[in-house]
Design a protein around this ligand. Structure first.
Ligand SMILES: CN1c2c(nc(N)[nH]c2=O)NC[C@@H]1CNc1ccc(C(=O)N[C@@H](CCC(=O)N[C@@H](CCC(=O)N[C@@H](CCC(=O)O)C(=O)O)C(=O)O)C(=O)O)cc1
Ligand SMILES: N[C@@H](CCS)C(=O)O
Ligand SMILES: [Zn+2]
Length: 770
């Protein structure tokens, strides 16, 4: 029997049960015991589904109340001092929630830990906080309880834990300088003994295999880190369990020899992203070692070409026999739960797709194809037919788009005049004060607004009633901004379920799901649209809403679009052409929308690119090629407007230092960025580079419910104005306000406007000229 396993299963539940329970618990409407019951039910259901599908080793520890890295930090007792953790007591679930979100039903509120993107995914993890003097201990029983839970249900449990080097790499602390700072490695002296205790406890529970995740092995690692892998795993090898070292999201590259030298009993490889590493691994795998082949794509939703997978694995099967295990390439956390819940997708399209449940079936079929193909001839033929039908389908090709693409080289990307000339023309048209104020786009997405979409979907209100109610929201938003004196207004994005899904629903070549939720962070989920064919824009997508908003006021209202790279990055993307091609098609569609907005009298147009940095390949050698086409696509979508039309872009969740040149070459007239959480540290890249265009460093953190005070925001802007020309600076929050309530938004924005007024007085001489 081939061993089949998964590196992790989505924890949210097919109907986002976890989200609903978490939010009810935080709101005080669900008891802790009821929350725990929901967790147990979800785990049991997910194990049962996997076992029923023939998965022989079940992941335990992939469930998390908020995030799996945070769970592990809590198990290690790595709780920052501000959360008042008693060093002899277990870490309580409310402490975990306070670390994640600053507050919980019990315990003192405190500043939440930082959250950031998980490798190149749209999932966010809670950053471990590292201190040179930190002591580690087993401070939570949760993992051991879950192992016992799985075993009581009759399952073979395979605990999944973050490896010590990956956990340290992801961690931050005042004493450390970036992910690869070698001084972090000193913490291993206290960390590794706790790992050994954990492994010993798991062995006592009868666990045979532990999956230890070291995804940093697919990154460029400094020598000191590479060498330390050997030392650390020598110490862990003495444990009485077998270790399966899991790597994913890319190939091992120059870390391959390191990985193969480690004294572990099994190695998991991402053979979907990096099939080319297989021969080198097969040549060097030790005789007793297991190879777990991650051939089913855990990051996308297309059915697997099993012939291709089988051909890739034929030699491995012959060489390794039962030492060849099969698995998805990474945790299934990154795909929706169950395609069977999708009743709105047509059968043809549905036949092309595979969500988490369906991937389990594919895994079993692949194992049969490798061992006893004669037993599954018809299933394999059916899968083959689907793959062939998708390739041949006329739905994926649009001749008009192909014609546009053929002429792409001739399309101008450059604005008509350089920035210095454009900004003068824009200022003459817009007449903005110094330190103009604006927001990033979204205003609170209230229950009322979401309820409207729910009612429209259920048919309990008509499209006309929905549109009227959204217009009323827009009017309220415009009036409010006028009342408090914002200079460049937004319409508030009330009509959008999500900044990417909304566009996916309106573009051709996209499909969207009813229930294809994927966890983004904590209780927040997204429903990534599916790009299955050539992308085009049948009709304007935002013009009516923006034009309506502009009709209500004499102040400029920003048109608001999501950029091509971000739409690409946050969608499930077709895998039958390079991502660059798909991005170019998106850029062309957005270019038309930009021109339509301009024609409708919109003078300021923002094209958000928060995912530009997240799209960076994991290996530096691949960065220049990506940045070239990503920036080119942005310029393709924005380059056609008149000099008097002001383009904005917005980026968040990003460090800018190493991509500042690319950002500058996007040539947006104004960029608004997230900087307040880092106390304007992130601004340094713009200062050092002498960034030439206008810049809005976010003056307050929209992820926090705290109201920023005026003096604080003035101080932050003074820091910015010390190194950048004051006449180039804008005043704005960090990011959109959709996750905040009005009760937090009102005082925060009013304070922000006051801060701008004080800045105008203070810098009246320098800043008059835009
Ligand atoms: C900026 N971010 C985004 C990322 N990726 C995206 N695709 N979009 C983003 O905005 N990545 C990085 C960050 C991640 N940040 C966030 C922030 C907030 C959310 C979020 O709030 N998600 C919502 C779901 C949003 C949505 O689709 N809303 C629908 C309503 C869906 C729904 O639950 N409907 C209910 C009724 C609701 C009610 O009555 O209250 C129903 O149908 O029963 C909509 O507005 O129509 C979330 O709740 O998780 C995500 C990422
Ligand atoms: N315009 C979007 C950008 C989020 S990154 C918003 O305001 O929500
Ligand atoms: Zn943002």
């Amino acid at each position: 029997m081939t061993t089949l396993h998964t590196l992790g299963f989505p924890r949210i539940g097919a109907h986002r049960e976890l989200k609903l329970a978490q939010e009810a618990y935080w709101a005080g409407t669900l008891q802790r015991s009821e929350l725990e019951h929901v967790g147990r039910e979800l785990r049991a259901r997910h194990w049962a589904a996997q076992a029923d599908a023939g998965i022989t080793l079940l992941p335990v520890g992939d469930f998390a109340w908020y995030d799996q890295i945070l769970e592990w930090s809590c198990l290690l007792g790595a709780v920052p001092p501000r959360f008042d953790q008693d060093h002899t007591a277990p870490v309580d679930i409310d402490t975990l929630f306070r670390m994640a979100r600053g507050r919980a039903p019990s315990g003192k509120p405190a500043a939440a830990c930082e959250m950031t993107k998980w490798f190149d995914t749209n999932y966010h993890y809670i950053v471990p906080e590292l201190h040179p003097a930190q002591d580690y201990r087993i401070a939570s029983e949760s993992l051991f309880q879950q192992v016992a839970e799985a075993q009581a249900l009759g399952h073979a449990a395979k605990p999944v834990i973050p490896g010590p080097l990956t956990w340290l790499w992801l961690g931050k602390g005042d004493a450390y300088d970036g992910p690869g700072d070698a001084t972090k490695l000193a913490l291993l002296e206290r960390l590794v003994p706790v790992y050994r205790q954990v492994l010993a406890r798991l062995a006592e529970q009868g666990v045979q295999w532990v999956q230890i995740d070291e995804p940093i092995l697919v990154l460029d690692l400094p020598d000191a880190w590479q060498r330390t892998f050997l030392r650390v795993y020598d110490q862990l090898a003495a444990s009485p369990v077998k270790l399966l070292l899991a790597t994913y999201f890319g190939g091992l590259g120059d870390n391959l020899f390191t990985a193969l030298e480690l004294p572990v009993t099994g190695l998991h490889l991402d053979l979907h992203r990096a099939p080319e590493q297989l021969p080198a691994v097969l040549a060097r795998l030790k005789p007793e070692q297991v190879l777990s082949a991650g051939v089913i794509d855990g990051r996308n939703i297309w059915r697997t070409d099993l012939d291709q997978a089988e051909a890739l694995l034929a030699q491995a099967q012959a060489q390794l026999g039962t030492r060849l295990w099969l698995a998805p390439s990474c945790s299934l956390l990154h795909v929706p739960v169950d395609l069977a819940q999708e009743h709105g997708l047509d059968n043809e399209l549905k036949s092309w797709l595979s969500f988490a449940h369906q991937k389990l079936g594919e895994l079993r079929l692949l194992s049969q194809a490798l061992r006893e193909p004669e037993a599954v001839v018809s299933e394999l033929a059916a899968q083959r037919a689907v793959i062939a039908a998708r390739t041949a389908s006329t739905r994926i090709h649009n001749p008009a788009v192909q014609a546009q693409m053929a002429a792409l080289a001739a399309v101008s990307r450059a604005r008509q005049a350089p920035f210095a000339e454009r900004i003068r023309a824009q200022q003459a048209a817009l007449q903005l004060p110094a330190f103009p104020t604006t927001t990033i786009g979204s205003f609170p997405q209230t229950r009322g607004i979401r309820g409207l979409r729910r009612d429209l979907k259920r048919g309990s209100i008509t499209q006309a009633e929905y549109d009227a109610a959204i217009r009323a929201e827009i009017e309220q938003c415009i009036r409010y901004q006028e009342e408090i004196g914002i200079d460049v207004l937004v319409h508030g994005e009330a009509e959008r379920n999500d900044m990417v899904e909304y566009f996916g629903e309106l573009l051709e070549g996209f499909a969207f799901t009813a229930n294809g939720w994927v966890q983004s962070y904590g209780s927040r989920c997204v429903k990534p649209p599916i790009i299955f064919g050539d992308v085009s824009r049948p009709e304007p997508m935002t013009v009516a809403w923006s034009a309506y908003a502009q009709s209500l006021t004499d102040k400029p209202v920003k048109g608001m679009l999501t950029g091509p790279v971000t739409i690409l990055q946050w969608s499930f993307v077709r895998d039958d052409q390079p991502r660059q091609r798909t991005c170019e098609q998106l850029a062309l569609a957005l270019r038309q929308e930009v021109l339509d907005l301009e024609n409708a009298g919109i003078q300021v147009i923002q094209i958000d690119e928060p995912a530009l940095r997240e799209g960076l390949p994991l290996r530096r050698v691949d960065w220049p090629a990506y940045l070239d086409w990503a920036v080119d696509c942005f310029r393709l979508s924005t380059g056609a407007v008149k000099n008097t039309t002001q383009t904005h872009t917005h980026m968040c969740y990003a460090e800018f230092n190493d991509i500042i040149e690319a950002i500058a070459s996007m040539d947006a007239d104004v960029i608004t960025i997230e900087t307040s959480r880092s106390n304007m540290e992130l601004l340094r890249a713009f200062e050092d580079f002498h960034y030439p265009n206008d810049l809005g460093p976010g003056v307050y953190d929209i992820h926090s419910p705290n109201i920023p005070d005026v003096a604080w925001m003035v101080t932050l802007m003074e820091k910015a104005a010390a190194n950048l020309p004051p006449q180039r600076l804008w005043v704005n929050p960090d990011c959109g306000l959709k996750t905040r309530g009005w009760e937090e938004t009102r005082p925060a924005l009013e304070n922000m406007v006051q801060a701008a007024q004080q800045l105008r007085q203070r810098y009246s001489k320098d800043a008059v000229h835009k």
